[in-house]
Design a binder for this molecule. Structure first.
Ligand SMILES: CCCCC/C=C\C[C@@H](/C=C/C=C\C/C=C\CCCC(=O)O)OO
Ligand SMILES: [Fe+2]
Length: 665
């Protein structure tokens, strides 16, 4: 017997409230009691009421709730339920029952109290049983599917409408996503009309479509895209900082003709000095190019050699557009000393190739699709009371829906890639398969990836610096939470749900990725923390570092052409007509600008890294860990803002306030 105060918190986004009636039960170790209330819950409200219960319930384990409707079914989003227990001679006790899910239909939902996992082996196994039943239901809701062979598995959903309501865009996000896309398409129509009667013969003609709100950096790209140091800078701190590596030898594919002996000497000298770098796009070699409106597009697989100057600038030394092919003449090397249009076209080919590997390998595969594997495995293997579920779930928000939309609109038959990208038409799937086949665990962990690529300790490598700082901050946060639950390595080893989660990611979701360094089990807290840090880093910092730059670097199309309509040059006599006939046409350029803007813009309902409002954990320990995380992020924010003040080109993609808490776009 006792007096209870109950608080019911409803979500604050559109349609969270419900006109249906909601009934509640308190379930204790010794008994359960219906609270006899018929609640109608309003959006964004916390509604309190007090009840006296005659039975002796014992320690509260669950709250059960059930929504009943007379006529209209009206889903309700339950944030959480909090119960205060008043008993004689004891302090009032607050017990939290997190939910953060839609309550649909008239089934009974059972919410375990927030610290249930700590008692999973006690209370007559009630929590264990609840977790098993929960996973049984989740495994029917979240099923693996093979969208295309050779790619990571995805969630089974033909379109976003097939996804469970709990992982769908909330109404505001959906309206914003679809509304701005429609506005972007209008933009294209206007630009097409405007350019209809005008020429498309010079590079300046791209100015005709370069209007509308532009970031300061996009305007700078428009100004400086032809400059060699600006070209080199992008490999370090542009939209795709994942390809550059310090050379350890001259690449075997680099064939230097005798007449360029001087170049050979320079390259070798830079190699000896440790300041020779390379960007190798060999992954694109032999990929079938798209056919757009009956016009064959073309692809290259460049190699770029660059030198790091003492002032931190990265300058191109030579570009080889295609790898040597036996039985064919050696491919020409394009040099900064070539005629300006020739050198500019060679750089444009590199930028087009970088567009392909950035969007397909660095962006789609190594953030979106990998995050989707984490999301599906988490929903299938970890019950809501599991600490790793609670730690990860805020970083998986909206990812299943944005990826499903990408599969149906972007990389689908007739999607954006088929419409305007030179790897479209099936080549993009070939690139995704090749990239998946060489996707390593180390490449998703900046301390290893940057070391392997020889990019540690370079003052002008701002992405590298900020990525390492964020990795350490996230790692401390993960360790703080994990150590609250796993007191020693044995507890990790003996957690079957955790081990199943790891195995499902590596062996099923990533299709046997143990061959590429991914773990199939966790033998220690350190291994668990490293893996979960990689998950959160990928879903937050890495995606922000790779996604945001589309707005800045892809708006001026000649800097990142989505397609190339003529073959790569094989001689040095290049004309402006060749350049304009090669770069995207008006329609292709307009669509690129619209999609790049749509995907790269700031999301209106974005949640900054570490600032999710959902409270899955209970108890002072978690709050202290989360507070420390937020303090560390604030410190880094100040560091980056101060650093950027002194930079000609500020790097802000990994500024914590600009990092979204999950992959939502
Ligand atoms: C040309 C840019 C390709 C970017 C591919 C990389 C990652 C996927 C992307 C998510 C996209 C999600 C949905 C598709 C968005 C717009 C297409 C709409 C086209 C249409 O409706 O006609 O990450 O940001
Ligand atoms: Fe994205």
């Amino acid at each position: 017997m006792g007096r209870y105060r109950v608080r019911v918190a409803t979500g604050s986004f559109a349609f969270s409230g419900s006109n249906n009636q909601v009934r509640l039960w308190l379930v204790g170790l010794r008994a359960e009691a219906e609270l006899g209330l018929r609640l109608r819950l309003s959006r964004g409200q916390m509604e309190d009421f007090e009840v006296d219960v005659s039975e002796d319930l014992g320690p509260l384990l669950f709250v059960k709730l059930r929504k009943t409707h007379l006529l209209l079914k009206d889903a309700w989003f339950c944030n959480h339920i909090t119960v205060w227990v008043f008993q004689e001679s004891t302090e009032e006790k607050e017990i939290m029952f997190p939910c953060y899910r839609w309550v649909q239909g008239d089934g009974i939902i059972c919410l375990p109290e927030a610290t249930a996992w700590m008692m999973r082996n006690e209370v007559q196994g009630l929590f264990q049983k609840h977790g098993e039943e929960e996973l049984e239901e989740r495994r029917t809701l979240y099923r693996w599917a093979t969208w295309k062979e050779g790619l990571p598995l995805s969630v089974a959903a033909a379109s976003e409408k097939d996804l469970p309501l709990d992982v769908r865009f909330h109404e505001g996000k959906k309206i914003d996503f679809e509304g701005t896309l429609a506005a972007g398409m209008m933009d294209i129509a206007l630009k097409r009309l405007y350019t209809l009667l005008n020429s498309w013969k010079s590079l300046e003609d791209f100015d005709q479509i370069f209007w509308g709100s532009k970031s300061a950096l996009a305007k700078r790209v428009h100004q400086s895209w032809k400059e060699d140091d600006f070209f080199g800078y992008q490999f370090l701190n542009g939209v795709n900082p994942t390809l550059l590596r310090r050379s350890t030898s001259l690449p075997t594919r680099l064939v230097i003709p005798p007449e360029l002996e001087g170049l050979q000497v320079q390259l070798e000298r830079k190699l000896q000095e440790g300041c020779l770098f390379e960007a190798d796009f060999s992954l694109l070699a032999g990929v079938q190019a798209n056919v757009i409106q009956g016009e064959r597009q073309h692809l290259a697989a460049p190699l770029v050699m660059l030198k790091m100057e003492p002032d931190g600038k990265l300058l191109p030394m030579a570009i080889q557009l295609q790898p040597p092919c036996s039985g064919s003449p050696d491919p020409p090397l394009f040099l900064p000393s070539d005629p300006s249009l020739t050198w500019l076209l060679a750089k444009a080919w590199v930028r087009n190739s970088d567009f392909q590997l950035h969007e397909l390998q660095a962006h789609l595969l190594k953030t979106h699709l990998v995050a989707e594997v984490f999301a599906v495995a988490t929903m299938r293997c970890l019950p809501g009371m599991h600490p790793i579920f609670k730690l990860l779930i805020p970083h998986l928000r909206y990812t299943l829906e944005i990826n499903t939309r990408a599969r149906t609109k972007l990389i689908s038959d007739g999607g954006i890639f088929d419409q305007v990208v030179n790897t479209g038409g099936g080549g993009h799937l070939d690139v995704l398969r090749r990239a998946t086949a060489c996707l390593t665990y180390r490449s998703l962990c900046p301390p290893y990836d940057l070391a392997d690529r020889g990019l540690l300790g370079i003052p002008s490598a701002l992405y590298a610096h900020d990525a390492l700082r964020l990795w350490d901050i996230i790692s401390r946060y993960v360790q703080g939470i994990v150590h609250l639950y796993y007191s020693e390595d044995k507890v990790v080893q003996s957690d079957p749900e955790l081990q199943a989660w790891c195995q499902e990611i590596t062996e099923i979701g990533l299709c046997g990725a143990q061959e590429r360094g991914f773990p199939v089990s966790f033998q220690s807290r350190a291994e668990l923390c490293h893996f979960v840090t990689m998950c959160i880093f990928t879903c937050t910092a890495q995606h922000s570092g790779i996604n945001q730059g589309q707005l800045d670097w892809y708006a001026w199309v000649p800097n990142a052409p989505c397609t190339m309509r003529k073959p790569p040059p094989t001689t040095k006599d290049v004309t402006l007509e060749m350049v304009m006939a090669t770069l995207p046409n008006v329609h292709q350029a307009c669509l690129q600008m619209t999609i790049a803007w749509h995907l790269g813009r700031f999301q209106p309902d974005m949640v900054p890294l570490g600032h999710h409002k959902e409270e899955y954990f209970a108890g002072p320990g978690h709050k202290a860990v989360l507070n420390r995380f937020q303090e560390d992020l604030n410190t880094l924010e100040r560091e980056i803002v101060a650093r950027n003040k002194g930079l000609d080109l500020p790097y802000y993609y990994l500024q914590p306030s600009r990092i979204e808490n999950s992959i939502t776009i």
